[in-house]
Ligand binder design. Structure first.
Ligand code: OAD
Length: 255
């Protein structure tokens, strides 16, 4: 079944030199990783202020560290889904391709995507807040396992935290700069599985649009940007992205 039927979309995709994709939690939902918002979302059951801020981590290190270990375990036991795989395949076909993600789960990389711009960090990485020493997941696990209080300390005495962006924190400068540049220069911009409610990531589709990019959204529902997109494809990203890839292959061959 075709998903790209719109004649303008076909033309735009045929001509596009730069394809930029922004993904959010929805793209990993079919792998079994909960999203943040919506009925089943994490923030419906847990408070972001109590878990996803530096203050929370500092005041409640054990609880926050345990929660991140729990999420790592979930991610460790999941696999990339057909949506992740389709995006990795798309990267090989598009003349210039940028994948920007708000996800911290690393599933795009596990599916074979490269040069992924991670706006919110990577949950599998940890570092010391005092001396900045980086810890691999294995090293962190080892420290965590041997620490009955579940308060992970670096050799220097500082606390070890996950390499994710918490509320109130700035995004990694290099990543957000790259993301803005790519969005500005995109010919077609795809927003997939994000509620587009958290800035600055949510500004990227708007920046793309202001620079005359053709905006496509893939989401199981309407979102904060649905009214400005040129094409809204409603459904599951794990189903739509593989169809999108098939259509893209055909139309690129048919120049
Ligand atoms: P949200 O949880 O806000 O939104 C997930 C979006 O995915 C919603 O619009 C859903 O409709 C959609 N969705 C769910 N399952 C889907 C599926 N199978 N196929 C297609 N769409 C689906 O997640 P994000 O937009 O990624 O930040 O949230 C942005 C940021 O807010 C996160 O990175 C996180 C959170 O606070 C930090 O932790 C810094």
């Amino acid at each position: 079944m075709k998903v790209i039927n719109d004649p303008v979309a076909i033309q735009k995709l045929k001509q596009a030199e730069r394809l930029v994709v922004l993904t959010g939690a929805g793209v990993s939902a079919e792998s079994g990783i909960p999203t943040f918002r919506g009925e089943e979302g994490l923030w419906k059951k847990l408070s972001p202020e109590e878990l996803a801020s530096f203050e929370a981590f500092y005041n409640n290190t054990a609880v926050v560290s345990e929660w991140y270990q729990h999420r790592r375990e979930i991610i460790h036991n999941t696999e990339p889904n057909p949506g992740h795989h389709a995006l990795a395949e798309l990267q090989k076909l598009a003349p210039t391709f940028d994948l920007i993600t708000q996800n911290v789960d690393g599933l795009h990389q596990r599916a074979g995507s490269s040069d992924v711009v991670e706006l919110h960090g990577n949950i599998m990485e940890n570092y010391c807040v005092n001396c900045n020493l980086q810890y691999s997941q294995e090293e962190f696990d080892d420290i965590f396992r041997h620490n009955p209080n579940h308060i992970p300390h670096c050799y220097c005495g500082g606390l070890i935290r996950p390499n994710v962006v918490w509320f109130g924190e700035a995004l990694p400068e290099e990543s957000i700069e790259k993301a803005y540049q790519a969005s500005k220069q995109s010919d077609v911009f795809l927003s997939v599985g994000t509620s587009a409610q958290v800035s600055p990531a949510s500004n990227l589709p708007r920046v793309a649009k202001q620079n005359n990019s053709y905006l496509i959204e893939i989401n199981k529902t309407v979102t904060a940007i649905s009214d400005i997109v040129d094409l809204h494809l409603e459904g599951l990203s794990g189903e739509i992205l593989p169809m999108f890839l098939d259509d893209y292959k055909l139309l690129r061959n048919d120049k």
